[in-house]
Design a protein around this ligand. Structure first.
Ligand code: NAD
Length: 333
């Protein structure tokens, strides 16, 4: 049978991407929903044919433990709520997918990994680019040294943020600004292209040009990292600039993706010419990839598991520490 997924939080990502994907996936489907808004429950129930017994709110969510039709709980709430709902899902004995960034602190991420381990359930992070052909090609070229050793990587992702009242601009809910939201993709790319973990970071906050929006989170931040095989990385993220690029320079060639990280269509080239790769719906590719592997092995793919999310949280927090202190922050284990 197909795996039943319950989405927790029916905001724009759940509605416009994940629910759309779950209508196209081969091995999983939208079996349930968790929402605090009764009107949304009624609308989704009608649209996706979800029976009443598979609809929960934030109070009775824990009863999902008794629902055999739900295999995986997928947390799509504001960042600061991921920790609570992942812990509750694990306690209910459900496998959990959690949106990025995994949490708002390293401690929370560690607790999430530990809770899922203890409950013997899988934990995965919604890293859609791990299933996207252009990023997979960048990973292959980097890790397999197709153009030799990676020497330098430039990566940026930002967008111009709208509504000044949204949760993404509130530190208590978002845990930080563009670094938490989209800079995380740049950190991810530098890890999957090199196949290594950074040794240290330095970082600088950009100027605050909009005091209304950026009262509690950064407007932009740039960072530098060194990797063990000597690759250097320059990263930048912003809530003011529409940018998304990856440039990888290796000893015998280069690769460039742009747009690199958004929903696409993505584009890219190497010194050998244009990359001719399939354009996919990222969330469908991701859910197919995760559920196929889970069906075959009982595990989520290792490259998107909770430990990977935790590694990213350590790096994001080191970038903030470096930007605040002006010091080089070591990431040696
Ligand atoms: P959103 O604001 O559209 O939706 C958030 C949902 O949480 C809404 O249904 C809202 O009702 C609910 N909610 C519950 N308590 C809330 C509170 N106190 N404040 C605000 N909302 C509350 O946000 P989104 O864009 O859907 O993002 C949700 C999560 O998904 C975030 O962690 C985000 O980083 C992640 N996301 C991932 C991607 C991706 O490409 N992987 C893209 C977008 C969002």
């Amino acid at each position: 049978r197909k795996l039943g997924i319950a989405l927790v939080g029916l905001g724009s990502y759940a509605k416009n991407q994940l629910a759309v994907a779950l209508e196209k996936t081969d091995d999983c489907y939208l079996a349930g929903i968790v929402t605090g808004t009764p009107a949304k429950a009624a609308e989704w129930s009608r649209k996706y044919n979800i029976p009443q017994k598979n609809i929960y709110n934030y109070q009775n969510f824990d009863e999902i433990a008794n629902n055999k039709e739900i295999d995986i709980v997928y947390v799509v709430l504001p960042n600061s709520m991921h920790h609570e709902y992942v812990l509750r899902a694990a306690k209910a004995g459900k496998h959990v997918m959690c949106e990025k960034p995994m949490s708002v602190s390293v401690k929370e991420a560690e607790e999430m990994v530990a809770a899922c381990k203890k409950a013997n359930v899988q934990l995965g992070i919604g890293y859609r680019l791990h299933f996207e052909p252009f990023n997979l090609e960048a990973k292959r070229i980097g890790q397999q040294k197709v153009f030799g050793d990676v020497r330098f990587l430039q990566t940026n992702f930002g967008f111009s943020i709208g509504d000044p009242t949204q949760w993404r601009l509130k530190h208590a809910l978002a845990g930080g600004g563009p670094l938490m939201d989209v800079g995380i993709y740049c950190v991810q790319a530098s890890r999957y292209v090199t196949g290594e973990e950074p040794l240290w970071v330095t970082a600088q906050f950009g100027p605050v040009t909009d005091k209304e929006r950026f009262a509690t989170v950064e407007e932009s931040v740039s960072w530098q990292m060194q990797f063990p095989n000597n690759a250097m990385v320059n990263g930048f993220t912003s809530y003011k600039s529409n940018i998304e690029q990856l440039y990888v320079s290796a000893s015998r060639g280069w690769l460039q993706l742009g747009p690199a990280y958004g929903y696409g269509p993505l584009k890219g080239r190497t010194q050998e010419g244009e990359l001719n790769l399939p354009i996919v719906h990222h969330q469908t590719a991701m859910l197919n990839g995760i559920c196929k592997e889970f069906t075959a092995t009982g595990k989520f793919p290792a490259h998107i598991n909770g430990e990977e999310g935790l590694k990213d949280m350590r790096i994001l927090m080191a970038i903030y520490e470096a930007a605040r202190s002006g010091k080089k922050v070591s990431l040696h284990a």
